[in-house]
Design a protein around this ligand. Structure first.
Ligand code: IMP
Length: 430
């Protein structure tokens, strides 16, 4: 039975959370495999809006077991806050249904302080615009083999190791001219909180392997998006984890054959957005941008869930979408926020790039080669109708269908779901 993988096909914020929520109805496990609380998923169920950063969005379905995989970096404080707000909203959070890999890494207050200090030390043009959540420094410690993992919470010498990490971080902070942390105080508070997670540590790699063998369905949820991948994104303006679909395997501890029969779903907005710095060929500014971004009054307007920053917006980039299909091995596309385009007279779609007097349909040399590219657009007629209540393909306006068909043809990938509003049921299956 399948391991289905869902990833963001753009720069994150594609609306994966609500799609995972929709698909989780048919899954037994929902498992996050990368990133940390830099992610922000908004899920609306009836009148309740959940903002989740670490817990997979599938948790709101009572039958789902939620898994946090070894590829993640976990800030215990954020996780505990999230667990208690979910409990407050009536969602059951218990060790029976929330399992954390012992090999996931911990984010400490020192990682957060270092993230901010390192960002402040970069010159303006080199600033990444990180979320300040300590993601980069935590993955740095993982790669340099001095990280602290969930399993370490159970070790008798954890306090000493945590203190050593805090002292070392203080030396770096002081070198950067940033205030140092009170190591003893931070260590006490950190241990006090994080020890509450010990009950949730579970051998999730073995669990998921067995679950698949027994015929259960696992939905692997990627955080951030394709173009923020540490290797294949717009480096250096990326996050520090592997965001792509293949990383679901290493990030959960599954072997390559686990993905043999599953679906690989790429979620893309009907337009393009980005938070933070870095190249964005189809970016637009001014009134047209405000129209796509919204005013910030609605939870679905284009303002970061984690940082509240207004997102940069632009037209859908078909070149980068084709790239996302290729590097993830997408078997299908899911389009979100098509309803936002209703009422536009015409819609631009980037179908190629002009670079050094040549026209290309793939990013030259990978996603980090797009900075010098000029988008080439096709302009398609818009539609005036409100489509938020449409549930059947045949009821969509002709021009909306034509827009989706053009996207699918460009990406050479079928579109299986289209979301037309924030509610659970505002989804059209094709
Ligand atoms: P970091 O992951 O906090 O280190 O930030 C690195 C880059 O990734 C910045 O440009 C962030 O804005 C971006 N980023 C990180 N997480 C997300 C996300 O969940 N959605 C969108 N952008 C993100």
């Amino acid at each position: 039975m399948p391991l289905n993988i869902i990833v963001g096909a753009q720069w994150g914020d594609e609306g994966k959370g609500r799609i995972v929520d929709y698909l989780a109805a048919g899954a037994d496990y929902v498992a996050r495999y990368n990133g940390g609380d830099n992610a922000g998923h908004t899920v609306t169920v009836g009148s309740k809006i959940f903002k989740l950063h670490l817990v997979p969005s599938g948790i709101v379905h009572p039958h789902v077991i939620a898994v946090l995989g070894n590829g993640m970096v976990i800030n215990p404080r954020t996780l505990l806050d999230e667990m208690s707000s979910l409990r407050g909203a009536g969602v059951s959070i218990a060790p029976q249904r929330l399992h954390i890999s012992p090999a996931a890494h911990l984010i400490t207050p020192a990682h957060r302080a270092l993230d901010k200090a390192l960002e402040a030390a970069r010159s303006k043009e080199k600033q990444i615009g990180t979320t300040g959540r300590g993601i980069g420094p935590a993955y740095t410690d993982k790669a340099t083999r001095r990280g602290l993992r969930l399993a370490d919470l159970l070790a008798p010498d954890f306090r000493e190791r945590l203190l050593a990490h805090l002292h070392e971080s203080n030396r770096t902070l002081s070198g950067l001219g940033a205030p140092e942390l009170d190591s003893e105080e931070e260590a006490d508070a950190f241990i006090n909180q994080s020890s509450r997670l010990a009950l949730y540590i579970f051998d999730v790699a073995a669990e998921l392997h067995l679950a698949l063998k027994q015929g259960h369905t696992v939905l692997a949820e990627g955080a951030q998006g394709t173009l923020l991948d540490i290797d294949h994104g717009t480096y250096p303006f990326v996050t520090s984890s592997s965001t792509l679909a293949p990383a679901a395997l290493t990030g959960l501890g599954l072997g390559i054959t686990a993905a043999r029969e599953g679906r690989v779903m790429g979620v893309t907005k009907a337009f393009q957005t980005r938070v933070g710095s870095g190249p964005f060929p189809t970016e637009i500014k001014g009134k047209a941008a405000e129209r796509l971004r919204g005013t910030g009054q609605n939870p679905w307007d284009e303002y970061g869930t984690t940082t509240g920053r207004p997102r940069r917006v632009g037209w859908l980039d078909g070149v980068l979408l084709r790239y996302a299909v290729r590097v993830n091995g997408l078997t299908e596309l899911i389009i979100t926020k098509l309803d936002i385009l209703s009422g536009l007279e015409s819609i631009k779609l980037c179908t190629g790039y002009s670079v050094n007097n040549a026209i290309v349909s793939d990013p030259p040399g990978g996603a980090d080669g797009i900075a010098a590219c000029e988008p080439i657009y096709e302009e398609l007629p818009g539609w005036a109708e409100d489509i938020t209540a449409v549930r059947k393909w045949k009821s969509l306006p002709k021009n909306a269908k034509a827009y989706l068909e053009r996207i699918s043809a460009l990406a050479e990938t079928p579109i299986k779901l289209v979301s037309l509003g924030p509610e659970r049921e505002q989804i059209l299956e094709i």
